[in-house]
Ligand binder design. Structure first.
Ligand code: PLP
Length: 370
């Protein structure tokens, strides 16, 4: 059986009774949308993060879109983020009519180089959008200082960092809002699409709730206050997510063990393993390593029935769809250099054991004859 960078079937085997019970509970309840599970999940997810509010939505991209809108970010505004991210980070900024502004990434962590942020701030800058990429957090203190100095809001993209901590604080609780995805591959994944935004600000939460429900107040049906969209989370996904949330810390612990195993096995080779930034507790959404002959390694792994991938092979500013932003090749040198050399090893809680040993053995054989 092919080993992919991500798979959920072993996990499903283990949790099947609980998942099917969740499905049966919702399907037999008579309430497929707007039932109790969404509210219960929101309460539990907010509590997990120690914040008062959570609004569940249909996916992570819309969690970002609605959060930006609820924060008042729109046409004419600039949002500072990175090009080394999943395209939806930037799509969300584009969707609300704002302009993405990129800074380069740090050569060790591949996360936002916060030292560069102040140099791109203009009077149109409205929002800083750090992406806690791969499972660890961006250095937040410098961003918080800049936000205070220039009167900006901070929206955290937490799609890859459920449960990650930075100097003791949990991802999503540090900015005005934190947006999450529950796409199946994520650290907390649904059996389909899902997303959520958390915030400590009741006004932001209220606006989020309106915007995900066509723009209508939940208590006043059929009256639109702010034109919004339909971005509600389905009951069945909420119920599954609510149950999986109780196991999130176990998933993270397994990912950390797998990461330790990889780091130990690759010590002494010329594969560069993930660098943990000071004060960070990593959750290893993906296990990103670096090697100058990356393409060759990926190609040769196929002979072992192991299919690797790259997060991400094309920085967003080099994509044709964002050519209008005017970032020439070479404008974000670290981002571009890193994109040519990184690749991801299989990472999911149940990779531990048989799957991971196969990956490590194959990789060692390839490295010995590269
Ligand atoms: C997955 C992801 C998203 C988008 O989430 P979807 O649920 O797929 O819409 C946004 N940002 C980052 C960094 C992601 O990894």
């Amino acid at each position: 059986m092919t080993i992919y960078v991500w798979g959920y079937l072993r996990e499903y085997e283990k949790e099947r009774a609980d998942i099917l019970d969740a499905v049966d509970k919702v399907f037999g309840s008579g309430l497929l949308v707007w039932g109790p599970s969404v509210g219960e999940f929101e309460r539990d997810f907010a509590a997990y993060h120690g914040v008062p509010h959570c609004a569940a939505v249909d996916n992570g991209t819309n969690a970002l879109v609605l959060a930006l809108r609820a924060l008042g970010v729109g046409p004419g505004d600039e949002v500072v983020t990175v090009s080394n991210t999943a395209a939806p980070t930037v799509i969300a900024i584009d969707t609300v009519g704002a302009t993405p502004v990129f800074v380069d990434v740090h050569p060790g962590t591949y996360l936002m180089d916060v030292a560069q942020v102040e140099s791109v701030i203009t009077e149109r800058t409205r929002c800083l959008l750090p992406v806690h990429l791969y499972g660890q957090c961006v250095d937040m203190a410098p961003l918080e200082a800049l936000a205070a100095k220039h009167d900006l809001v901070i929206l955290e993209d937490c799609a890859q960092s459920h449960g990650a901590r930075h100097k003791g604080r949990i991802a999503g609780s540090m900015g005005q809002a934190g947006a999450f995805s529950f796409y199946p591959t994520k650290v907390l994944g649904a059996y389909g699409h899902g997303g959520a935004t958390i915030t400590a600000d009741p006004e932001i939460d209220r606006e989020l709730r309106r915007l995900r429900y066509y723009g209508m107040e939940e208590s006043r049906y059929y009256v639109v206050q702010t034109p919004g969209q339909n971005s509600r989370l389905d009951e069945v996904h909420a119920e599954i997510l609510r149950r999986k949330l109780g196991r999130l810390d176990d998933y993270i612990a397994a990912r950390r063990l797998a990461a330790d195993r990889y780091a130990g096995a690759l010590a002494g080779t010329d594969v560069v393993t993930p660098v943990l930034a000071p004060g960070n507790d990593h959750v290893y959404y993906v296990y990103v390593v670096r090697h100058p002959r990356r393409d060759k390694i990926i190609e040769r792994m196929k002979a072992y029935d192991i299919s690797l991938n790259i997060s991400y092979p094309w920085p967003v500013h080099t994509m044709t769809g964002f050519a209008h932003l005017g970032y020439a090749k070479g404008s974000l040198p670290v981002t571009e250099e890193v994109a040519d050399e990184i690749f991801s090893l299989p990472m999911y809680p149940s990779v531990l054991g048989e799957d991971q040993e196969k990956v490590i053995d194959a990789l060692r054989e390839i490295l010995a004859t590269l």
